[in-house]
Design a protein around this ligand. Structure first.
Ligand code: ZN
Length: 145
């Protein structure tokens, strides 16, 4: 069975599961954006930006399309900044990271200075210099491979 985003794109599905209509906000050759229906983080909206073709994870997205996605996100941020103080741009990649729909997508959440939303809160842990360098070196080796 096709994923819900692919069903939106093909026109098979015209509504979100809670009955709100699926409406394209903006599209480019390989990307589209639309309002999320699921627990918008703010009443000012929560936008999803996706590749038109199904790619489960960010590393599966072809180079040209990922470039278009970033440009698309950037355009919407520029527009949202006219009426908001900032934006969170999130991409949950993999179930362990909170991805629920396995069609890679950016979340764009408009923010205001006094909105009291705490998306960016996580428990900070300290790292010794030795472990910091170990981590850096092991990532560096993986990047070279
Ligand atoms: Zn899909």
């Amino acid at each position: 069975m096709k994923c819900v985003f692919c069903q939106f794109i093909s026109g098979e599905k015209k509504e979100h599961s809670n009955g709100l209509p699926f409406r394209i906000l903006h599209q480019t050759k390989n990307t589209i954006s639309f309002l999320s229906n699921v627990l918008p983080a703010t009443e000012d909206g929560h936008i999803l930006i996706i590749p038109k073709k199904h790619h489960a994870n960010v590393e599966d997205i072809p180079k040209g399309t990922s470039h278009e996605l970033i440009e698309h996100v950037s355009l919407l941020v520029k527009i949202l900044r006219k009426n908001h103080d900032g934006c969170n741009i999130l991409l949950n990649d993999g179930g362990a990271a909170g991805q629920e729909i396995f069609h890679s997508h950016f979340h764009l959440i408009p923010r205001n200075t006094k909105d009291k939303i705490k998306i960016e809160v996580f428990k900070r842990k300290s790292l010794s210099k030795e472990n910091f360098l170990k981590l850096h070196n092991s990532l560096k080796r993986l990047i070279k491979d």
